[in-house]
Design a protein around this ligand. Structure first.
Ligand SMILES: Nc1ncnc2c1ncn2[C@@H]1O[C@H](COP(=O)(O)OP(=O)(O)OP(=O)(O)O)[C@@H](O)[C@H]1O
Length: 375
């Protein structure tokens, strides 16, 4: 009996490999692009390397792919060391495939031949090549385009072909290097959902590189946030957003209000941060907090800031003056000034706030998190 795609997918769902990167260092002459990072993926995980341009994401990915030789550390796939002291397994023998930002599909070949290429290269028999290639094209929703040429495809279709080509040889890990950045915003959103669904269906382990926090937050089981060649934080998206480990993490992912001052432990799991001028004090919970007593930064998200009567009930409340109010339809973005400190809020669009208004601004202690001061 012909197995359905779903059955095949379920049967394959244990196919993802584990990936362990330990103390990875990459130097280019004087430049240290990656400075001793460690992270791991379980079979079937979707892990994203997120960070600003130049932080070392692509270099890390290229080391895993075998396109770059690490200066130090080890990389293991399914428990087998593929890169490390004295070990360098060639890319094609690592059980991985890569999808690039530039698609890198061959324009002079048909869609079918593009996808079948990897299987033919391994000497697979023609019947298997046809079966697997059509299966991969079906997975990306393109079985009707098998005879088209690369030049006759839209950007989204080319990227789907590139994904089909990467899954057809059934690798244990797929590496994605900013695969959606050449697509327009609407298509990017749709492709995000498609890619994730495909990865879940096929059960692959995915390592995805992006500088786009929306992609990272919406797709990943875990986000590895990098900066200047090191890992700032590696956590599931909710944890990363709610409990940032550093000022960099707090401000790179989403918007954050940051109030600098000195943190004092009040006992019973609460802390109080006072600004140098003493004009603002912020009370927060110390559970899971990333900072100790002393110089620290209080972090709270604009969407947790409330005004008026709601603010009166909060542990933290201040008198603020509206500096700016931008009505955006579903919400109004407001900046208040509280004792010289800007405090941003995302308010309901019906909230009547006008520049110059003086109102009570507040935030619950449970929404305040402390991180270490930097520099
Ligand atoms: N072949 C190379 N020779 C010298 N320096 C390099 C080389 N490749 C990368 N670098 C440097 O290493 C650092 C990390 O680069 P990498 O491409 O990994 O960053 P990235 O986080 O992927 O950035 P982007 O998002 O811009 O691609 C950068 O400072 C970069 O200039």
């Amino acid at each position: 009996m012909e197995a359905t795609l779903q059955q095949q997918a379920t049967a394959k769902s244990a196919r993802g490999s584990s990936l362990v990167v330990r103390d990875l260092v990459v130097r280019y002459g004087e430049v240290e692009a990656v400075s001793g990072i460690s992270f791991a993926a379980e079979p079937g995980d979707f892990i994203t390397l997120l960070g600003p341009s130049g932080c070392g994401k692509s270099t890390t990915l290229r080391c895993i792919a075998g396109l770059e030789t690490p200066s130090g550390g080890t990389i293991a796939i399914d428990g087998r060391t593929v890169a490390g002291p004295g070990v360098e397994v060639p890319p094609e023998r690592r059980g991985i495939n890569m999808v690039f930002q530039s698609y890198a599909i061959w324009p002079h070949m048909s869609v079918f031949d593009n996808v079948a290429y990897g299987l033919r290269g391994r000497g697979a028999n023609p019947r298997l090549v046809r079966e697997r290639t059509l299966e991969a094209l079906e997975l990306v929703g393109l079985p009707h385009l098998e005879n088209r040429f690369g030049t006759e495809l839209s950007g989204g279709q080319q990227q789907r072909v590139a994904v089909a080509r990467a899954v057809v040889t059934r690798p244990g890990v797929i590496l994605f290097d900013e695969p959606l950045s050449n697509l327009d915003a609407g298509l990017r959103e749709r492709m995000r959902e498609e890619l994730l669904e495909l990865q879940r269906q096929v059960g692959l382990t995915a390592l995805y590189v992006t500088h786009d926090q929306t992609e990272a937050m919406s797709m990943s089981d875990r986000v590895v946030l990098m900066n200047h060649g090191v890992i700032e934080q590696a956590d599931p998206p909710r944890q990363l957003y709610r409990r940032p480990a550093s000022m960099f993490a707090a401000s790179f992912v989403g918007n954050a209000n940051l109030v600098r001052g000195r943190l004092t432990d009040l006992g019973s799991g609460a802390g109080r941060l006072a600004t140098a001028s003493g004009d603002i004090a912020v009370v927060g919970e110390l559970e899971h907090t990333a900072a100790g007593e002393g110089d620290a930064v209080a972090v709270f998200r604009p969407e947790n800031v409330v005004v008026g009567d709601a603010a009166e009930a909060m542990e933290n409340r201040w008198i603020g003056q509206v500096v700016q109010a931008a009505y955006l339809g579903p919400r109004t973005d407001v900046t208040f000034e509280v004792a010289g400190q800007p405090i941003r809020a995302v308010l309901h669009p019906e909230e009547p706030v006008e520049p110059g208004d003086r109102v009570t601004v507040g935030v619950a202690a449970s929404h305040v998190h402390f991180v270490p001061a930097e520099g």
